[in-house]
Write a protein that binds this ligand. Structure first.
Ligand SMILES: [Mn+2]
Length: 388
């Protein structure tokens, strides 16, 4: 088994991006339960993300969502983030909230609406030029609800055309990460329903197009770590949107519903070289906190990913390879489970103390009074939230 100090040294380089929208109000399809103290501006979202980073030491960037985080001067926003101790990360596009997009955005049968959607995606690349962001994350709600509603193949053509236009606009060091989702909001066909569709489009586009695996966007029972292993082997794993789910796209705290699944994913990441920074895999959260306090929930999620990573790094890969090559099924399984069953909390507490952090970031957050302070200070104005 790797030594605790070897594991700690690899954990020091971990970076998990938190999403601006998780700090704002969000809801289920039925109700948004507003929370006091929620950010009113993108700057306040940055303040909250900076607080998460200050306490965990491994959340140094915040993902933006355009138009929810639209500002006049992105260069100034980048400087604001820098002064707060973090940086602006992935830019997420949004072509799913306008009435125009009822029948789709880039795959809409109406060329006017397709042009509008494409213009938004290109605007997002302009934003990236100003923020210095590397990644444009694309998720399309496009699809159909009824057989015959639209031509499935023509929609793929329209999708490919839009993706190619965005790809051509990317700068040398910019990438597009293409997310997929099995269903919802469309229920008959989604235009990018699965990793295979995303992979096929990315392959055709070129090396700056890579796949984003959102852990909540699969059919129940899907073996996500297989997808991770496959995409890493193909050099096409671009990013993760971490969250956990019991049923559909639940967007619950990462590692809450299935910590073992998160460990298995992180093991394949480590095994496939995806943990090496030069591989370029972005580790992000994509969550909504509807009934729980937002900042502590994000801290908890970051810590859950860190914990799963620590366990994955603890796997004795030499021993595992020996057992696998000998065809020793039980021994191989035991090597993996030994790592999973290891309580890494003392090791992580030690790591934080070595980094000058509180060994218990959640307790430190509660003691800090930050939660009470933002409730007192953030009055008036409009609270940030979905569609705001
Ligand atoms: Mn996502």
């Amino acid at each position: 088994m790797p030594t605790p100090s070897a594991v700690k040294s690899r954990l020091r380089s971990q970076q998990i991006e938190t999403p601006s929208w998780a700090y704002g109000n969000s809801g289920t399809r039925f109700k948004v339960f507003a929370q006091p103290g929620v950010p009113r501006t993108v700057e306040e979202k940055i303040d909250d993300a900076a607080r998460v980073h200050a306490l965990t030491g491994i959340a140094p960037s915040i993902a933006l969502h355009i138009p929810w985080d639209r500002v006049d001067d992105y260069g100034r926003l980048a400087k604001y983030a820098e002064a707060a101790g973090i940086r602006l990360g992935t830019v997420n596009s949004n072509v799913f909230q306008d009435d125009d997009y009822k029948l789709g955005s880039v795959t809409n049968p109406d060329p006017r609406i397709r042009r509008k959607a494409l213009a938004h995606l290109l605007e997002c690349v302009d934003v990236m030029d100003e923020t210095g962001s590397r990644d444009l994350k694309l998720w399309f709600s496009d699809g159909t609800n009824y057989p015959g509603q639209d031509d499935i193949r023509a929609r793929q053509d329209r999708l490919a055309e839009a993706l190619a236009a965005v790809y051509d606009r990317l700068g040398e060091h910019q990438r597009m990460v293409l997310e997929y989702k099995l269903f919802e909001p469309a229920f008959y066909t989604m235009d990018v329903p699965d990793w295979g569709t995303s992979y096929a489009h990315c392959l055709q586009l070129g090396e700056k197009a890579v796949v984003c695996v959102d852990t909540g966007h699969h059919a129940p029972g899907t073996n996500i770590e297989f997808i991770v292993a496959f995409l890493l082997r193909a050099g096409k794993l671009g990013a993760f949107d971490f969250n956990s789910r019991f049923y559909a796209d639940d967007d619950l705290m990462a590692g809450a519903a299935d910590p073992f699944g998160l460990f298995r994913i992180m093991y394949e990441v480590v095994r496939g070289g995806g943990y090496e920074p030069e591989t370029g895999v972005a580790f992000m959260l994509d969550q909504c906190h509807n009934i729980e306090a937002k900042i502590p929930a994000i801290i908890r999620s970051v810590l859950n990913v860190q914990e799963a990573t620590a366990k994955a790094l603890l796997v004795d890969r030499d021993e595992l390879a020996r057992a696998q090559n000998a065809g020793d099924v039980l021994a191989a399984n035991e090597v993996l489970m030994d790592a999973y069953r290891t309580d890494v909390r003392p090791l992580l507490a030690e790591l934080r103390e070595e980094q000058g952090l509180d060994p218990d970031p959640l307790a430190a957050y509660r003691r800090s009074g930050y939660g009470e302070r933002i409730v007192a200070e953030r009055v008036g104005g409009e609270q940030a939230g979905w569609g705001a």
